[in-house]
Write a new protein. Structure first.
Length: 354
């Protein structure tokens, strides 16, 4: 990757913006796509998801205010804290006609941004799009808040094994940070330029929990809608790339909803969470999961649930523990949940060449 942060004045950018721009450069290189050299009759959509924007800039700005007074605050704080800053920076650096948009829906932000960009292509408004999610919350204030809420593991003595999705020894999840960006493309357009294709997005849905007596029901409804939009039955799903943050209550709630939707088929479909390796990068979680599924299709392998030694009492599915499993996948369901009860599900399939 030919990316040097110092060239882009990192002190003037939030960390999640830097991560997203680096991920965009990696995605463009991997897709062999140079927007400046491509002739297109449509504007290039850029859609990026963020949950809580620029925590590092906010914390530094507050420290500057306390230590130096109002005149000592970096004038770029307000600009860099705008949720739209990431998409705008990518658009600015590409130097072509773009439509930059931001989605903010907690942890599902990244997968929701990808779905929004895919809709642009599906409706023939664009041939290609750049989409993904980014977050960087590993700062004292944010981490203290997560810990106070019981959403961050206290297993500090063994950090490599602290994130334990669906495991009986898990006390909570592990907050991480990162950016995941992908290039979306109309299939005919991709074939025409000789691009490598990984998967096809065939279904998507988003819905919020609304019943206090059935707190995870929104996820069940979302899975059903995504399957219906893809014209698929639950029995046709070969693998579920789950949200699985490692929090005992959240993990058990997702398992309960998978059983509600899949019925007896839940006993036969592999389910794994990549967060045992990645932690929970919030808005980047969905893009990370989608990228993991792309590689699963390519390499005919199901990613494992790392650090899964013994199941939580309420978690009784096939979690592909600790070791990847060889399998040819054709149809996969991705789940993402967020604070506030937002749920998003996406169905992705092996590309059928035309």
């Amino acid at each position: 990757l030919d990316y040097m942060p110092a060239q882009w004045k990192p002190k003037r950018m939030a960390r999640h913006t830097q991560l997203a721009y680096a991920a965009t450069q990696m995605a463009l290189k991997h897709a062999d796509f140079n927007p400046g050299l491509e002739e297109s009759a449509t504007v290039l959509p850029i859609c990026i998801g963020v949950s809580t924007s620029a925590m590092d800039v906010l914390e530094r700005g507050f420290c500057e205010l306390q230590e130096r007074g109002p005149r000592g605050v970096n004038p770029g704080v307000v600009r860099n804290c705008q949720p739209q800053a990431v998409a705008h920076l990518i658009a600015e650096k590409l130097g072509v006609e773009t439509e930059a948009a931001t989605i903010s829906s907690a942890c599902p932000s990244g997968i929701d941004a990808i779905a929004a960009a895919a809709l642009q292509i599906r409706s023939a408004k664009a041939d290609m799009a750049i989409a993904g999610g980014a977050d960087a919350h590993v700062m004292p204030l944010a981490m203290a808040s997560f810990a106070s809420a019981g959403l961050s593991s206290l297993a500090n003595s063994d950090p490599a094994h602290a994130s334990r999705p669906y495991d009986s020894a898990s006390d909570s999840g592990v907050i991480s940070e990162g950016a995941g960006v992908i290039i979306l493309e109309n299939l005919e357009h991709a074939i025409g330029r000789g691009a490598e294709t990984y998967l096809e997005i065939t279904g998507y849905a988003a819905q919020t929990d609304h019943d206090a007596d059935d707190p995870f029901a929104g996820l069940a409804a979302t899975m059903r809608l995504a399957l219906a939009n893809a014209c698929r039955d639950a029995r046709e799903i070969d693998y579920i790339c789950s949200y699985g943050p490692g929090h005992p209550v959240l993990d058990a709630g997702e398992v309960k909803m998978i059983r509600r939707v899949f019925g007896a088929a839940a006993d036969h479909v592999p389910v794994s969470s990549i967060k045992g390796v990645t932690g929970n990068p919030l808005a980047a979680a969905g893009p990370f999961q989608l990228i993991a599924c792309a590689l699963a299709f390519k390499h005919n392998v199901i990613p494992p649930t790392a650090n899964h030694d013994s199941p939580n009492f309420d978690c009784d599915l096939d979690f592909v523990p600790k070791k990847a499993r060889k399998a040819r996948l054709n149809c996969v369901l991705i789940n993402v949940r967020g604070l506030g009860g937002g749920n998003s599900s996406m169905v992705v399939e092996r590309v059928q060449m035309i």
